[in-house]
Write a protein that binds this ligand. Structure first.
Ligand code: ADP
Length: 319
């Protein structure tokens, strides 16, 4: 293998830049040439491809977002789109590709592999919802952004003795809500993976109020439902003054945490090692602090599991 490509696709996440940097530097370290593909699969089809040098990835390790930009591309879901992409890769003499993104992007990587093009997936998403890795690039940063926001909300919640409902990202995975809730001592955490009982939530809030609790924090993953509807339901049922904050896209931005930078550097470099070793059709990950890789097909056929022991613990700690 003499020349590889790298792209970021789907939703961006903090740390993607650190992963791009690792791919470029590790490849050049091993004497390969690296081409960056802008705008994910859309840029691949369009041939928006350029050579990257050591200096191309200078001064980006600490920046959120992705210097290669990202996009969603319906055309790449078609065979014709995939063939156009492969033609471009061949035109530029690229022999292997690193795709940094979430499970949608991995579907595209799987298709490239099925068409015989060596592709490696690097998990970049704030949702932490990719099987085969304990953590995805961006999760830790998003989590810390949420914590910082909740700490601030907590100050005003205490001053005004209010109940706060905070909606965080996570359409299908409750990891952000669960970890943030546990880290911030939330009274209630609602995640898509677990049923909830509104009567129980209301009773817990009332018990807290009777004990003289000054505020309550309820964290809702967006996949469970709309934060504003929960806020209304709770204020109707408890008569407590309730406010709702939807954190939205601030969760996707910002300078990556040290943990995400290190994870991205390790996973990006591992992807290059695997391509050099002739591996293809795999995704990289970290499990029990060891770098691992799994077949992309296997990863996509599994369902991400939230840590239900942690969920139980959060309930035990918020009696
Ligand atoms: P994420 O990677 O963050 O989960 P998306 O689900 O939006 O983001 O997927 C990103 C892109 O991956 C899509 O816009 C499309 O180009 C490509 N993709 C998704 N699913 C498929 C598929 N089944 N086949 C080929 N490409 C796909």
């Amino acid at each position: 293998m003499k020349r590889i490509g790298v792209l970021t696709s789907g939703g961006d996440s903090p740390g993607m830049n650190a992963a791009i940097r690792a791919v470029v530097r590790k490849a050049i370290f091993h004497g390969l040439e690296v081409y960056g593909i802008n705008y994910g699969y859309a840029g691949l089809i369009a041939g928006d491809i350029h050579k990257m040098e050591l200096g191309s990835v200078g001064d980006i390790i600490h920046r959120g977002g992705t210097m290669l930009y990202t996009a969603r591309c319906e055309e790449f879901k078609t065979l014709e789109g995939q063939q156009k992409g492969i033609e471009q890769l061949k035109k530029f003499g690229i022999e292997g590709l690193v795709v940094i993104g979430g499970d949608g992007s991995f579907q595209g990587a799987k298709k490239l592999t099925e068409h015989g093009f060596p592709t490696i997936g690097v998990p970049g998403t704030i949702d932490n919802d990719i099987p085969g890795t304990d953590f995805t690039i961006g999760f830790d940063t998003a989590l810390n952004t949420i914590i910082e926001a909740i700490d601030k909300i907590r100050d005003t919640a205490t001053s005004h003795e209010r109940t706060y409902v905070i909606e965080v990202m996570g359409r299908h995975a409750g990891d952000l809500a669960l970890w943030a809730g546990l880290a911030d001592g939330a009274e209630t955490i609602l995640i898509p993976e677990a049923d909830y009982d509104m009567d129980q939530i209301v009773n817990r809030l009332k018990r807290g109020q009777e004990r003289g609790k000054k505020h309550s924090i309820i964290i809702v993953a967006e996949g469970v439902g709309n934060g504003f509807s929960f806020g209304k339901e709770i204020s109707d049922a408890t008569n407590m003054e309730t406010r709702v904050t939807v954190l939205g896209h601030i969760q996707r931005g910002g300078s990556p945490t040290a943990s995400d930078r290190v994870l991205a550097s390790r996973l990006g470099a591992k992807a290059v090692d695997l391509l050099i070793d002739g591996k293809a059709g795999v995704t990289v990950g970290i499990q029990k602090n060891e770098l691992v890789y799994h077949g992309i097909e296997e990863v996509l056929s599994q369902k991400h599991e939230v840590n239900l022991d942690m969920y139980k613990l959060s309930q035990e700690l918020s009696i």
